[in-house]
Design a protein around this ligand. Sequence first.
Ligand SMILES: C[S@@+](CC[C@H](N)C(=O)[O-])C[C@H]1O[C@@H](n2cnc3c(N)ncnc32)[C@H](O)[C@@H]1O
Length: 331
Amino acid sequence: MKMNKASFSALIIAHCRAYHAVHDDQKIFDDFLAGRLLTEEERAYFDGTLYRSVKVLKYLSSGKVVPSILKLFLPRRAKQSFKAIAPEELNKVSDLKSGVDCYMHATGGPALTVSRSRYTEDSLVKAVGEGVKQYVILGAGLDTFVFRHPELMETLRVFEVDQPATQDFKRQRLTELGWEIPQHLYFVPADFTRQNIDKELKDSSYDPKALSFFNWLGVTYYLPRETVLDTLRTVAGIAPKGSTVIFDYLDTDVYDPAKVAPRGQWLLFSLVGAKGKCAFDPSMLSRDLAAIGLRLKENISPADIEKLYFRGHPSNYHAQEHAHFACAVVE
Ligand SMILES: C[S@@+](CC[C@H](N)C(=O)[O-])C[C@H]1O[C@@H](n2cnc3c(N)ncnc32)[C@H](O)[C@@H]1O
């Protein structure tokens, strides 16, 4: 299938959310609309890719001799996944569908995606109760908030900021589905690496005086650290005091070969690419944010995320090593 490069990461995340909504009985975050944003062709592409990965991993974990030709052509992703998944787990399951379940739980894509969305939307609902009037979703991708929460669209104005190509793709998909765009949803095309979102937001219906809540999920990983800090600085500059921004970030250990967990390696290679991009030292984040006008309110570590969402959950999901959630407030 010919994939639109700009929207690929948004599609992967929508697929992870849809996977959880369809396959897991106890929901951490129920994005019951995510699957509808994927076409038959895209679903088939993801299913095919997963089946192939699981077949390779099962072969590798079977203990059979790996032909040198396979070693040569084995995708790097498969090698990383192999390290991330305990081979004994995969060996316990016989059919391919259970193998895919095992893979999705062990590699952690859905776990990271649904836990950060749950954390953010729980915080948003609380913030709306405290007077927030604007919700800005930075790097929105195929976020379905406005369609899942029509009741909140009475109170909130929502701004989706994303690369122009991804946004065009999403709008086209919404048109194909026949979903009506809510009156108070505004699309703001912008590229964080090229533009300062200050102008783009101010040119839209964004009101710099209205208490706002920013969501920036699954994006800092892809950007240079300076771009991340510049964008956060812009948020601190265009939102009134008391406004909130939630983002997820990788810790610096993920780039240290001596400290990175196997699943951290998998995350880097498989979702982000091998090049080192933005990472923060969690113990220095408060200082980093204070320098740009933000007060760190919550800094949620993988161990905290495990306690909050996965301990006692009947699935085999676990918090993604090295991925943290931060909630900061405009000073
Ligand atoms: C992994 S997806 C996350 C989507 C969504 N926030 C979520 O958590 O479901 C990353 C999103 O960030 C957007 N993005 C990546 N780099 C960007 C950039 N330089 N400027 C604007 N958007 C960007 C992509 O287009 C994509 O929609």
